[in-house]
Write a protein that binds this ligand. Structure first.
Ligand SMILES: [Zn+2]
Length: 294
């Protein structure tokens, strides 16, 4: 239940709550008004109103092409066809992360200073420092601008991906199941923050929906350690390299993308096979290979 209200040229939306006569009033950031069902979600200090739109499935290409996508080490996504998308996202993000960390460090120093001045009773100086150096709004504005740039970059790359690959089905790992596993080193995990992974996933599934591309989740266990050719466990001596004792050396991200693609037709490992069991299956394959090759 909601209603739009215009006061002094500003548009608000008033949303009913479970308490009678108690409505929440939010200022809307655009001029759009809707009459259909809306969904309200909250994220820190912003509310997002989402409404459904009807889209026609449009897929201009007709050939069946399944691809697997993996989140790369240096790139946003690596396709089983061998292409990279979103190169430089990591370094771009780490630059910004470092910049924000620097600002935060400085801010913390000023906070401490303000606190001391207040304790000493020098309220005038405390206020001046607070006004000049602790600009929360400025900081938030910069952060929002950066986030918008990142989102724009991600969307452009996803569009390129769809246009280049022209897939009928895309296989990706089910992120909900990734229990912060050991696939990436810590500093990379931190850089590819949760919201970015979530955002890439959300936008890709949306773009697939409107283009009539099937979007399928597969089991993420050991995709970076399984050989895409023979299905046995291999080793990953560096982030870029994957070595299978039988098949040789591959680019690690590309091997993972191909393994993800294989998981679509994998008989033994389905979406719900537990992590440990996946390892046992892969080890059994390895043992079998060893005995046949001897
Ligand atoms: Zn192999």
């Amino acid at each position: 239940m909601y209603e739009y209200i215009k006061e002094n040229g500003i548009v608000y939306i008033e949303i009913s709550t479970h308490i009678k006569h108690n409505r929440i009033r939010l200022r809307v950031s655009d001029q759009n008004t809707y009459r259909k069902n809306i969904r309200v979600s909250m994220n820190q200090d912003t509310f997002t109103l989402a409404h459904t739109i009807e889209t026609k499935e449009k897929q201009i290409w007709t050939e069946k092409k399944k691809i697997g996508l993996d989140k790369g080490y240096r790139t946003m996504l690596v396709s089983s066809s061998g292409n990279d998308y979103g190169e430089g996202l990591n370094s771009f993000l780490s630059e910004e992360t470092e910049r924000l960390n620097d600002i935060n460090k400085k801010r913390n120093k000023y906070y401490a200073m303000v606190q001391t001045l207040k304790e000493q009773g020098d309220l005038g100086k405390a206020e001046r420092i607070q006004l000049n150096n602790l600009g929360k709004q400025k900081y938030q504005k910069k952060k929002r601008r950066h986030d918008a740039t990142v989102k724009n970059f991600i969307n452009c790359q996803l569009n390129t991906l769809i246009k280049t690959e022209k897939p009928s089905t895309i296989a990706v790992e089910n992120l909900a199941f990734v229990s912060q596993n050991d696939r990436m080193p810590k500093h990379v995990k931190r850089k590819l923050s949760r919201w970015i992974k979530g955002y890439v996933d959300k936008r890709l599934s949306f773009k697939c929906d409107i283009s009539g591309i099937k979007y399928e989740y597969v089991n993420p266990a050991y995709t970076s350690q399984e050989c895409h050719k023979c299905g046995q466990l291999g080793v990953r001596p560096t982030q870029e390299k994957f070595i299978c004792h039988t098949c040789g050396t591959f680019h690690a991200d590309k091997n993972a993308a191909k393994t993800i693609l294989n998981r679509l037709d994998e008989k033994e490992i389905n979406l719900y096979t537990p992590y440990k069991q996946v390892k046992e299956i892969l080890q059994k394959r390895e043992a079998k290979m060893m005995t046949t090759s001897m």
